[in-house]
Design a protein around this ligand. Structure first.
Ligand SMILES: Cc1cc2nc3c(=O)[nH]c(=O)nc-3n(C[C@H](O)[C@H](O)[C@H](O)COP(=O)(O)OP(=O)(O)OC[C@H]3O[C@@H](n4cnc5c(N)ncnc54)[C@H](O)[C@@H]3O)c2cc1C
Length: 292
């Protein structure tokens, strides 16, 4: 029986790579929807206090070690401006430079857009306009029946000058929250030394629509000047990208069945972090090995 992946965005790409490693053939299709998360996604797998996410981070570290997404993944240190470690992790910073603290745990940074583009090119020969009759269809994107709304955000690549104590090993991410309600960050772009993903916002939308990118980016510049005065913006890409995170009533990484289709749930802001869990659960439901 043919296996067909509907959607070759983020989760489609991760599943495609895992199927390839297992030697399983598939076809895929994609509507090339402008409403997607992957193009603007800033792809950080950060340390948290949540056990499933920590299991996923361990798998990401192993995937990185094996070079599964090389050269579009890198290990980074996670710096934050909060007093306590963000995301509920109960550990002390292993370095404090006054305006930022460093997590003792490693993070994995992915270049999501490059991974999707490379995966699409790698499997271009398997792209079809529609699944073959009788194919087993995996709806490999979170834009399915359980998605009730989306959460808008943006990113823009910027080149930063950062003090040597932070830039020490050249690999760093900063979580520069100004308040609980606004978050501002600069995440390293794998394969582009000195460049960072500036981002982002969380704007809930019933119907996806575009927002004023200049206004949001201007706020990011203000926040960085306020929270991280030693950081200077040296250069910016001309384009600010926008993206929509698919969201449902409940947040889970567990796939679900509806009719004869297997669906990825709306993964909201955690689709990159949870990709190992989601893709393993999909493989399991397809009766395929999950080791890898
Ligand atoms: C600005 C921003 C920053 C983010 N940062 C992080 C982060 O740091 N860490 C993290 O874990 N997550 C992050 N996320 C969230 C993460 O990117 C998403 O959870 C993830 O991309 C969702 O994957 P997906 O495959 O479901 O959807 P997408 O990546 O949106 O891909 C969906 C694909 O399916 C296609 N498609 C849609 N409908 C159909 C259809 N009916 N038929 C065929 N094809 C279809 C689309 O064209 C698209 O190619 C971020 C998101 C945004 C927007």
């Amino acid at each position: 029986m043919t296996l067909h992946l509907e959607g070759m965005g983020w989760i489609g790409s991760v599943l495609a790579r895992r199927l390839e490693a297992l030697g399983v053939d598939f076809t895929w299709s994609d509507s090339d929807s402008p409403i997607n998360a992957w193009q603007a996604s800033t792809g950080l797998v950060y340390p948290t206090g949540e056990p499933d996410s920590e299991e996923a981070r361990r798998q990401w570290l192993a995937w990185h070690e094996r070079g599964l997404f090389a050269p579009h993944s890198q290990i980074v240190r996670y710096w934050y401006s909060h007093k306590a470690h963000p995301h509920g992790l109960k550990v002390k910073a292993d370095l404090d430079v006054g305006w930022l603290r460093r997590s003792p745990e490693l993070a994995v940074q992915l270049n999501v857009a490059r991974i999707v583009e490379d995966t699409r090119a790698r499997f271009a020969g398997c792209r079809v306009s529609a699944p073959a009759p009788g194919a087993r269809i995996v709806v490999c994107h979170g834009w399915g029946p359980r998605t009730t709304h989306s959460v808008w955000g943006w990113s823009r690549q910027v080149r930063l000058s950062v003090p040597a104590d932070i830039a020490g090993d050249g690999l760093y991410s900063m979580n520069l929250h100004r308040s609980r309600f606004e978050f501002t960050y600069a995440y390293a772009v794998p394969g582009r030394p000195g460049w960072h993903y500036a981002g982002s916002s969380m704007v809930r939308q019933r119907e996806p629509r575009t927002l004023d990118l200049d206004k949001h980016f201007a706020r990011w510049l203000e926040a960085v000047a306020e929270v991280a005065p030693p950081v200077k913006v040296l250069e910016m890409d001309p384009v600010t990208l926008q993206g929509w995170r698919p969201k449902g009533e409940t947040l889970t990484w567990e796939p679900f069945e509806d009719g004869d289709r297997l669906y990825v749930p709306p993964l909201y802001h955690s689709g990159v972090r949870w990709a190992p869990l989601v893709s393993s659960a999909l493989l399991e439901r397809l009766g395929l090995p999950t080791a890898a």
